[in-house]
Design a protein around this ligand. Structure first.
Ligand SMILES: [Zn+2]
Length: 366
């Protein structure tokens, strides 16, 4: 893999490579973009280019070889989900006292550290930032440049304040990348100290074309749907589980059904009854909630005369009928109730009952 393998957002890639060509790479960079837009892939490419032992050039700009000892070690973290799971498991196996003090970090190369949000809250914690403060001022060990990648820059308050201290005076030989799909959630004092680059979502047609090669097992219709549903993110399209999505959507339609006169309560209760306790049930209801948002959003697009934005394109005739049965106020109220359901799930309310209550609340006149 080299820079040419990054699809789309040519401007951003060129800007980063031009900065690599100068002696001085910026110390702090916010790289924002929707989920699956390639933020982490691109940050890893920069880490490799900054530390590649071969330092090749392509099109007159710095690239990386992907084969030298530094590139290979950094690439071991390309599969971040796997490395993250290993780090979490390693912590689970520690004694209780050590467990509390251990923060999740992924480091396959001594000079490149990835800081994922720390479970179970999935936020960056102050001890993770303190770890960086302790080592960032040491010169690179095996490479030329230290790199810290916050793979999802959602900070706990104390952690954000602690990060600010580093941002005030980072060393020349280190760069901090903050990856986020929501840059406005970062403290203004952090934002003002960083260079900000944005990855735009790709056109559905581009994603569809990419999928022809990347996922040949999908039929053309499925490809078109996955391209839409992954909202312009190649990474998302690559791993999108269509069967799982369609199952969640079936449930979401059953939940909306009675309120829209589409199907009856026995369908609804059969579906909600399948949402049980435990981790599996948690993942399942999260998928159902995301899908409900997507369906309500599509109904809103159809109502407001912007069908081009509809993502569940294969359901368009049915969604159109559903949208005709309600007014804007109903959709807005449903979105708000869905927000309440979502926060209820975080407080571990009984899933079956909460879903029933949500579905029933949609039927009352708003
Ligand atoms: Zn290399």
């Amino acid at each position: 893999m080299v820079f040419a393998d990054f699809h789309g957002n040519d401007e951003v890639v060129r800007t980063l490579r031009q900065m690599l060509a100068r002696d001085h790479f910026p110390q702090t960079v916010i790289l924002s973009g929707p989920q699956g837009s390639g933020k982490f892939t691109l940050a890893q490419m920069v880490a490799k280019a900054l530390n590649c032992l071969e330092q090749p050039q392509t099109d007159g700009l710095p690239d990386f070889c992907g084969l030298c000892a530094n590139c290979v070690r950094i690439a071991e973290a390309d599969a971040l989900d796997d490395r993250f799971a290993e780090a979490v498991e390693a912590r689970e196996n520690l004694r209780d006292a050590d467990k509390r003090e251990t923060r999740i970090l992924v480091q396959t190369h001594p000079d490149v550290t990835i800081i994922p949000p720390d479970p179970p809250q999935m936020l960056v914690k102050v001890d993770q930032v303190r770890h960086i403060i302790r080592e960032i001022y040491y010169r690179p060990a095996a490479g030329r440049h230290r790199m810290y990648i916050f793979s999802e820059a959602d900070f706990m308050k104390e952690a954000a304040n602690s990060l600010l201290k580093i941002l005030e005076e980072p060393p020349d030989f280190a760069t901090i990348f903050l990856l986020t799909d929501n840059p406005s959630a970062l403290l203004p004092t952090i934002r003002s100290r960083c260079m900000h680059l944005r990855l735009a979502p790709l056109a559905a047609e581009t994603v569809e074309k990419y999928l022809t090669k990347a996922r040949p097992e999908l039929k053309p219709k499925e490809r078109a749907l996955v391209a839409r549903l992954s909202a312009g993110g190649l990474g998302r399209a690559q791993t999108f589980d269509l069967a799982q999505y369609l199952a969640a959507r079936q449930d979401a339609l059953a939940v909306l059904g009675p309120a829209l006169g589409e199907n009856n309560h026995s369908d609804l209760f059969r579906v909600t009854d399948s949402y049980r306790a435990g981790a599996e049930g948690k993942a399942k209801i999260e998928r159902a909630i995301r899908t409900l948002y997507a369906l309500l959003e599509d109904m809103l697009f159809l109502k407001s005369g912007t069908p081009a934005f509809v993502r569940n394109t294969d359901l368009e005739p049915q969604l159109r009928k559903m949208a005709e049965r309600v007014d804007f106020g109903w959709i807005v109220a449903a979105v708000n109730r869905l927000g309440e359901l979502e926060s209820g799930m975080r407080r571990n309310l009984l899933r079956t009952l909460a879903l029933d209550a949500f579905a029933t609340s949609l039927e009352r006149p708003t």
